[in-house]
Design a binder for this molecule. Sequence first.
Ligand SMILES: *Cc1c(COP(=O)(O)O)cnc(C)c1O
Length: 466
Amino acid sequence: MSSELLRQIPKTDLMLSRPALREAGERYSRALVKAAVQSQLDALRDAAMSGALTEMPDAQSIEAAVLSSLEHGGLYSLRRVINATGVVLHTNLGRAPLGGEAAAHVAAVAQGYCNLEYDLAAGRRGSRYAHVEKLLCELTGAEAAMVVNNNAGAVFLALNTLAKGRGVAVSRGELVEIGGSFRVPEIMRESGAELLEVGTTNKTHPRDYISAMDDYGAGMLLKVHTSNFVMLGFTEEVSVRELAQIAHERGGLLMHDLGSGFMFPAEALGLHDGHAVWSSLRDGADIVCFSADKLLGTAQGGILLGRRECIERIKKNQLTRMLRIDKLSLAALEICLQYCRDSQLAAEKLPTLRMLSMKAEECRERAEALRQLIAARVPGCEPRLVEVGDEAGGGSLPGVTLPGWAVAVDFPGLSVEEAEARLRARSVPIIARVNRDGVLFSVRTLFERDGEELALAVGELWGKEK
Ligand SMILES: *Cc1c(COP(=O)(O)O)cnc(C)c1O
């Protein structure tokens, strides 16, 4: 069956000789068109081999797919996708999206030169960190701040600077793995700090930390947000305030890897969970670090806040140079922080916050609008509204379900898996949600412009089978 299908795949040269593709070659360059044809044919070969494809599309459809991929940047490996999963900070889908104005600001900085490390007032070399340090301090009350390329880098750098060759006490309940690659014990070993495990998985008491410092010589206590899981039942952990007191009475430091946080109380967004990053500082942590691309809602980055002497030492660490943030992420971070001066403005301008604070009622209205759009565009299709539990994702609000709504669509003649795969194979791929209700488009994570594209995609899949 599959070998018969493979034989039906047209030859590249035959495709390239078609008038529409010859003409496209003049517009885009022949080399690009050839690459687009090959990538289209490769995808068909893969689909035929895996059994996802049961019938070879004709040359005309392949040609249309090639043209569409050229037009929509489908030739690129890294490209825009439509997130219909309802997972707001989807780590596999690039975490926090930027809003239009933020993206335009980044583009403006990218399109020419910028004062990345140039002090405009003095007319000489400046610091890349200066662009956001003051803002971060204003927003959080921190004495000092700096940013690096991600939070894993921030944790590593802080440990390497402040605890290399020293014992660092961490609760056994917080020795987590995040995103499959960030493992607290391993980061700690690589940083040169010595891990002192304290307490048990479910319970850690103040006396456990005290003993680590008094009996085993720990110089730092580290608290880690257990980002991607929650422990229920018989559990106990020590608060930041208590840990700070224990550390400071013994001349040690307290670091809090918060993972993710807001610049204002979660209640300002109508959420019941999620830390304001300054609460840890206020409670006495010497260093607090978190990702820029989780709840804060901007491009990739790791933010360090804390006591001036700690931050100054971190800045002087040679490794900082290897973990530095790039100018585009920095531009995105600065505009995000400007928005954060006002929680209402931030909730309006930052897509992540807008999506997180979207109430079920609004999701329902959006889902209904999408349902009507699809029904109008695709005669015969009867899309349904389905209640779903959306997620913050990115390990940012573990255990929190965001009540949302989705549109479910049936594709006659296609299995749910086949429909999901075809949506994913489009030049603007659609990442849908699949469960016992079929293929679902959760509306929380959709942008305004995505509706038309979704309706078009549903129409094409329907048309195929008619
Ligand atoms: C996500 C996370 C990290 C890693 O942050 P990146 O920005 O992805 O490098 C580290 N610690 C905690 C607690 C996290 O949640």
